[in-house]
Every structure is written in C-alpha cells, then in structure tokens.
Design a protein around this ligand. Structure first.
Ligand code: SF4
Length: 167
C-alpha cells in the first residue's frame, strides 16, 4: 500500500492543528478533483512500518488535536487494510485525540461492506461522498461540494441513522 503525502501540521483538514496522511489510489476520478496526483495506485511512496511509526510519533505532540486520513481513496478495497491499521494504531495510542477520514464512498455504502466494519468503529468523523463540481461551494467547511456530509460516526452507529457533526 502506498501514500502520497504526510503533513505534520495541517490546519485545513479537520478541527485544530492536525497530522494528515494522503493515501495513494482512487478510482472515482471526480471531475475537477483537488488531488488527481493521488489517483494512481502505483504512485507515491510505500507505506512501510517505519512511515507509520513516524506518523504516530508526529501525532504525539501535545498541540496535535487529531489525525486526518485523506486520499486518494482511503476506503478503496486496496487501501482499506492500511486505513484500518492506521486508525486502530492511532486510537489505541491516542484515545483522547480524534480521527477524521474523507471518503468518496457514502457512509451507507461503507456500512454494507464487510471490509469496512472494523474501521468504522475507530472513526470520530467521516466526510463522505464523491466531489461533485456542480455542487462546489467555497463556503463549505471541510468538504468541497454540498452533497458531501460531515458525519459524527459514533453517534450514527449508535442511533442507526446518520447524525451530522455539530460544533
Ligand atoms: S474521491 Fe476524492 S480523491 Fe477520488 S477523485 Fe474524487 S475528489 Fe479526487
């Protein structure tokens, strides 16, 4: 599995100051995608144990509020094992910090997938849905188009229906 980029101080992708990792590979190919260099599953660099160790180390800083996993497509069947492993490691090490994931798959679609059951247990927030250029709105926070949703995952799992994140 491969990744495109790690940001050690990200203030754009989720609340507060965060660490973010952009995984490599996406088949959605949304028109005007903000990150087409992440589409190729063979691009970027190998996601080794050392890279994940370094990622966790970056998250240890007191000023880091959480970890964001973006892409590419973190929930693509080729990437979901890596996303699950990063998510599990992060939540075990930093239960007080929050985990956000961006995915072109909807929450409902992920709930139907066997390979997504575990990772959903670790997420605090899922920003879901493919980017739709015709619904782009620059005033939106943490999402590019109005079809995408910022979902409170633990509350949604508990209630059995989508609960949006409120500040
Ligand atoms: S799902 Fe995300 S990374 Fe993939 S094409 Fe759409 S906007 Fe780009």
């Amino acid at each position: 599995m491969r990744y495109n980029l790690i940001r050690k101080m990200d203030i754009a992708d989720g609340p507060g100051v965060r660490v973010s990792i952009f995984l490599q590979g996406c088949e959605f190919h949304c028109f005007n995608c903000f990150n087409p260099e992440t589409w190729d599953f063979d691009g970027g660099d190998e996601l080794t144990d050392e890279v994940i160790e370094r990622l966790m180390e970056l998250c240890s800083e007191e000023y880091i509020q959480g970890l964001s996993i973006l892409g590419g497509e973190p929930m693509h069947p080729k990437n979901i094992a890596a996303t699950t492993m990063i998510a599990k490691t992060f939540k075990n090490m930093y239960p007080e910090k929050n985990l956000w994931v961006w995915s072109g798959f909807t929450f409902e679609a992920l709930q139907k997938r066997k390979d997504a059951q575990e990772v959903l247990q670790y997420l605090d927030t899922l920003v879901d849905g493919q980017y739709k250029d015709e619904l782009h709105d620059f005033r939106l926070e943490w999402r590019g188009s109005s079809n995408q949703r910022v979902i409170n995952v633990p509350a949604s799992l508990k209630k059995g229906e989508i609960v949006l994140l409120t500040k």
